[in-house]
Write a protein that binds this ligand. Structure first.
Ligand code: PEP
Ligand code: MN
Length: 342
């Protein structure tokens, strides 16, 4: 309460708290009175109290999320995939491939290149959220087909984006890991639908989302019954145009402290420039990332999207060598591809 709040104002706050179904504890102090809210499950909306006469501020002492928190589940979540690959345990999983699926030749060349270098998952958007409606929008259903074919030929698992709730089922049929993009991090109908799908979900941090907002979005998916959520740090918007986004390496450590969910890093969208991807990939693994999501194109200069941040296959091979060393230095290892399918 404000310094000098009247007894009447304090009683009104206490009465409102009781009316909301909680217990109010009035604690008079030398400078000001504090009114505690007791018996809540961490999800009190403070806006009703904040507007009452005499209230100085509402300070939440419990987190607004529950199932995603470390308090709820102290041991790390380990997400398992067909073939035995896991994310969230000792292994560091590398997902790599082009920004978009462009053609049969392009996605197969990319898949073979990243597999030869040691990636275990193939990325590639079939449905693309583009800032401009005039930019390449992706191949859609055809792109999903090409990804399924690339999986058959290389044994790589597939991570690809679902853009809307109606399109999620079709994506989930093909994808081993369903990606929800930065622009959709707070698309709550999509999150709820993802919570009801049977595939693991890769949830990317929004362009201007706090870590708490990222965790609350993940909570939507868990609350609907899907515990297999992997978070992704991909940089946030800031004042400096030297990089496309500000790659928040610290978010990896913050998330590991607050949540049991795995977090992977996307140094491609995090920087926007291919020369910065290798150093940030190293940094992310050193910081404890459970995996990397990296854009690699067989011919980046011809890419229909994000060519400037796409690695050449040789650069990707170098990145793999470096991150293997770093993973080992911190007691982890980069997941290796299984044998080629018969
Ligand atoms: C992507 O991974 O292709 C993508 C569109 O990323 P983001 O949603 O992080 O912008
Ligand atoms: Mn991209």
């Amino acid at each position: 309460m404000r310094h000098g709040a009247t007894e009447e104002e304090i009683q009104q706050v206490a009465a409102t708290i009781e009316e909301m179904g909680y217990e109010a504890r009035v604690m008079p102090g030398r400078q000001r009175t504090t009114v505690g809210v007791v018996g809540n499950d961490g999800r009190v909306d403070p806006s009703r109290l904040a507007g009452l006469a005499g209230v100085q501020e509402c300070i939440p002492v419990t987190k607004p999320y529950k199932q995603v928190s470390r308090e709820w589940r102290p041991q790390p979540t380990i997400v398992s995939f067909p073939g035995g690959l896991t994310i969230g345990g000792e292994d560091v999983v590398v997902m790599a491939g082009p920004c978009s699926v462009e053609s049969a030749g392009q996605i197969l060349d990319a898949a073979n290149a990243v597999r030869d270098a040691g990636a275990t998952m193939l990325r590639g958007g079939a449905f693309k959220p583009r800032s401009s409606p005039y930019s390449f929008q992706g191949l859609g259903a055809k792109g999903l087909e090409l990804l399924a074919r690339a999986r058959e030929e290389t044994g790589l698992l597939i991570v690809t984006e679902a853009m809307d709730a109606d399109g999620l089922e079709a994506v989930a049929e093909v994808a081993d890991l369903v990606q929800i993009g930065a622009r959709n991090m707070q698309n709550y109908s999509l999150l709820k639908r993802a919570g009801r799908c049977r595939k693991p979900v890769l949830l990317k941090r929004g362009l201007a989302a706090t870590i708490q907002e990222l965790l609350l979005s993940a909570e939507y998916i868990l609350a609907e019954g899907n515990p297999n959520v992997i978070l992704c740090e991909r940089g946030v918007r800031t004042f400096d145009s030297a990089t496309r986004n500000l790659f928040d390496v610290a978010a990896i450590a913050v998330v590991h402290g607050l949540s049991h969910l795995p977090i992977v890093a996307d140094p491609s969208h995090g920087t926007g420039h291919r020369d910065m991807v290798l150093p940030m990939a190293r940094a992310a693994v050193a910081a404890g990332a459970d995996g990397l999501l990296v854009e690699v194109h067989p011919r980046p200069e011809q890419a229909l999207s994000d060519g400037a941040q796409s690695l050449y296959p040789a650069q990707f091979a170098q990145m793999m060598r470096d991150v293997r060393l770093i993973a080992e230095a911190i007691g982890r290892r980069v997941a290796e591809p299984a044998g080629l399918p018969e």
